[in-house]
Write a protein that binds this ligand. Structure first.
Ligand SMILES: *[C@@H]1O[C@H](CO)[C@@H](O)[C@H](O)[C@H]1NC(C)=O
Ligand SMILES: *[C@@H]1O[C@H](CO)[C@@H](O)[C@H](O)[C@H]1NC(C)=O
Ligand SMILES: *[C@@H]1O[C@H](CO)[C@@H](O)[C@H](O)[C@H]1NC(C)=O
Ligand SMILES: *[C@@H]1O[C@H](CO)[C@@H](O)[C@H](O)[C@H]1NC(C)=O
Ligand SMILES: *[C@@H]1O[C@H](CO)[C@@H](O)[C@H](O)[C@H]1NC(C)=O
Ligand SMILES: *[C@@H]1O[C@H](CO)[C@@H](O)[C@H](O)[C@H]1NC(C)=O
Ligand SMILES: *[C@@H]1O[C@H](CO)[C@@H](O)[C@H](O)[C@H]1NC(C)=O
Ligand SMILES: *[C@@H]1O[C@H](CO)[C@@H](O)[C@H](O)[C@H]1NC(C)=O
Ligand SMILES: *[C@@H]1O[C@H](CO)[C@@H](O)[C@H](O)[C@H]1NC(C)=O
Ligand SMILES: *[C@@H]1O[C@H](CO)[C@@H](O)[C@H](O)[C@H]1NC(C)=O
Ligand SMILES: *[C@@H]1O[C@H](CO)[C@@H](O)[C@H](O)[C@H]1NC(C)=O
Ligand SMILES: *[C@@H]1O[C@H](CO)[C@@H](O)[C@H](O)[C@H]1NC(C)=O
Length: 463
């Protein structure tokens, strides 16, 4: 573990006082792992949640505020077991409402109802959710029956996430801040990932954070983590090739782990296709190449540079594999000797044609997300195969004691145990707080009620 970089930082914030019950709670570590789904065959890589006993392998998305699960009916109507397993696996789990554990009567208690696409049939309710050793008695989620769009299941880590809210409300996490190491879905160096709710794992961080503010950049999706891509360069033994159609302009993209592959604009993909000599025959998808093709030579690594200078090199092993998909029994596996690249174009799993920096991009980064200060940060990840469940997990939590006028608020800052002197740095303090204040009761309605105080206003207290 390389902590040298932290020693250059200076702790600017004194610990003022320790307050509140939330901050005494340890951060919650959730593994991103292969989960075997209800048929015992299909698997999906995600967060393992048992909803009323039904296993889900939820992919994470920052673009949704409420967890959504595909209705089991969508898969059950398919002709044979293989097709059903394939449907189950690619959906990341389904939920069977006919098992009668779904409580739809007044139990969908969330602060924001996500905008559904047209024609979706959505049931809202709650069931018991078990994640590792914690049990959330009334976990709110939506059950989607929608053959046309957004049909995959996902666990909601969006700005108004009911998942983060329940974890804090039930006392399973100290704050809604989270740190994410995505791990790797690569064929040759796969490894589990990890989300820390209410903290971060220092063992996974290999350099300083670069901060971003949550600013909409015009993408046609409620993506909270939008960035401008300045350049994407493909390097191979023959040279170095920019995939930007116009190097003078930037391209807005969404950071979201729902989808693994890079999703480029049509123009960027056209350049990629040319430089990697993609064969346009109907035998190949946007992502696949003939077994005997030069793809393994022409695809080496991608350097992604964002507009603020943050740069990531995505190595070859993340980009190339043999063709993978659902095999004869519907299990995710290598299905041919074709070469497959983790690069494609829209439309995405969000049903939109927007550039996405997905799991392949995140595999090389440690990400923190702090919705309350509208900040997120990226740092180079330590991708070594360390035992991440042990790791070096730090609590991130601030509590505010709200006492009358804003200017007189007492501010308490807690940075968890074992923070190790200087290493405590502001890096993560930058905006990490758990926030205590009077909350209006939220009874499963739109987030219409204006907050009586605006969290962002307090930012200046910390920076
Ligand atoms: C399942 O159905 C699909 C489509 O009809 C067919 O291609 C496949 O061979 C079937 N699989 C089995 C195991 O019957
Ligand atoms: C369903 O949820 C509501 C609201 O939380 C609760 O009052 C009711 O008892 C629940 N019903 C069942 C059958 O658990
Ligand atoms: C809804 O959630 C809020 C905040 O989590 C909680 O205070 C309230 O009791 C919940 N209401 C019901 C009916 O569960
Ligand atoms: C999630 O909540 C945020 C903040 O309230 C909102 O901007 C966004 O549109 C919501 N996402 C969806 C899918 O409704
Ligand atoms: C779950 O397990 C972790 C690690 O063993 C432990 O720190 C934590 O307290 C446990 N949580 C509960 C709710 O039992
Ligand atoms: C979602 O729906 C689209 C369009 O019907 C379909 O092509 C895609 O395979 C579906 N995805 C899953 C995971 O079933
Ligand atoms: C997850 O499953 C895939 C497909 O079966 C496999 O290739 C990969 O090695 C597994 N990942 C880990 C970390 O074991
Ligand atoms: C990237 O690819 C180039 C060309 O194949 C290679 O020379 C270089 O070592 C690679 N860099 C990394 C960091 O993988
Ligand atoms: C890609 O090639 C350029 C030009 O040769 C070089 O400056 C850069 O360091 C290379 N990037 C990687 C990751 O190897
Ligand atoms: C396509 O790629 C080749 C190198 O493989 C390059 O010489 C040519 O300029 C590229 N064409 C376009 C339109 O980018
Ligand atoms: C593209 O693939 C098809 C089918 O595999 C093959 O017949 C054709 O020769 C390939 N084209 C090129 C330019 O390699
Ligand atoms: C992170 O953001 C905060 C608030 O904008 C700023 O004070 C801090 O210097 C930033 N850290 C880095 C490493 O840029």
């Amino acid at each position: 573990m390389d902590l040298r970089w932290t020693s250059k930082s200076v702790v600017l914030i004194a610990l003022i006082s320790l307050v509140g019950a939330h901050c005494a709670t340890a951060p919650l570590a959730l593994s991103i792992e292969n989960v075997t789904l209800s048929d015992g065959v299909a698997k999906n890589r995600g967060i393992h949640v048992d909803l009323g006993g039904q296993p889900e392998g939820f992919r994470i998305s920052f673009a949704i505020n409420n967890t959504r699960v595909r209705n089991a009916q969508d898969c059950q109507v398919l002709g044979n077991a293989t097709l059903r397993s394939k449907c189950l696996g690619s959906s990341g789990g389904v939920y069977d409402v006919q098992l009668h554990t779904f409580n739809t009567s007044g139990s969908f208690n969330v602060s924001h109802i996500d905008t559904p696409p047209k024609n979706a049939v959505i049931l809202q309710g709650a069931d018991e959710a078990v994640m590792g050793n914690i049990t959330i008695p009334r976990f709110p989620f939506e059950v989607w029956h929608d053959p046309d769009s957004l049909n995959k299941s996902g666990i909601a880590f969006g700005p108004d996430s009911s998942v983060l809210a329940k974890l804090v409300d039930y006392g399973f996490a100290p704050s809604k801040f989270f740190g994410l190491f995505f791990g790797s879905r690569s064929q040759n160096q796969p490894q589990d990932g990890q989300v820390i709710v209410g903290g971060y794992n220092v063992a996974r961080i290999r350099g300083p954070f670069t901060n971003f503010s949550m600013t909409p950049l015009g993408l046609d999706t409620p993506c909270p983590l939008q960035v401008q891509i300045k350049d994407v360069v493909l390097n191979n033994s023959q040279g170095s090739y920019s995939l930007m159609p116009d190097i003078r302009s930037t391209v807005a993209a969404c950071i979201d782990p729902l989808q693994n592959q890079f999703t480029f604009t049509q123009a960027m993909y056209a350049l990629w296709k040319n430089y990697t000599r993609h064969n346009d025959s109907a035998d190949y998808t946007d992502q696949t190449y003939p077994p005997e093709s030069e793809a393994p030579v022409l695809i080496d690594n991608l350097t992604v540079t964002l507009s603020n200078g943050y740069t990531v090199v995505v190595p070859k092993y993340e980009l190339l594999s043999l063709e993978r998909g659902a095999n004869d029994v519907g299990e995710y596996a290598i299905v041919s000797q074709k070469v497959m690249a983790a690069v494609g174009k829209g439309p995405t799993d969000f049903g939109r044609d927007i550039p996405i920096l997905g799991g392949t991009f995140l595999s090389q980064n440690y990400l923190f997300v702090d919705y309350e200060s509208r900040t997120f940060g990226l740092a180079p990840a330590n991708v070594d195969r360390v035992n991440i469940m042990k790791g070096d997990i730090r609590t991130v939590c601030k509590e505010l004691l709200v006492e009358a006028p804003q200017s007189h608020r007492n501010v308490g800052v807690i940075v968890g145990p074992a923070i190790g002197g200087v290493a405590a740095t502001l890096l993560i303090l930058t905006g990490i707080w758990c926030w205590r204040r009077r909350r209006p009761a939220r009874e499963g309605t739109e987030s219409g009620a204006a907050e009586d105080d605006d969290p962002w206003k307090l930012k200046s207290l910390y920076y």
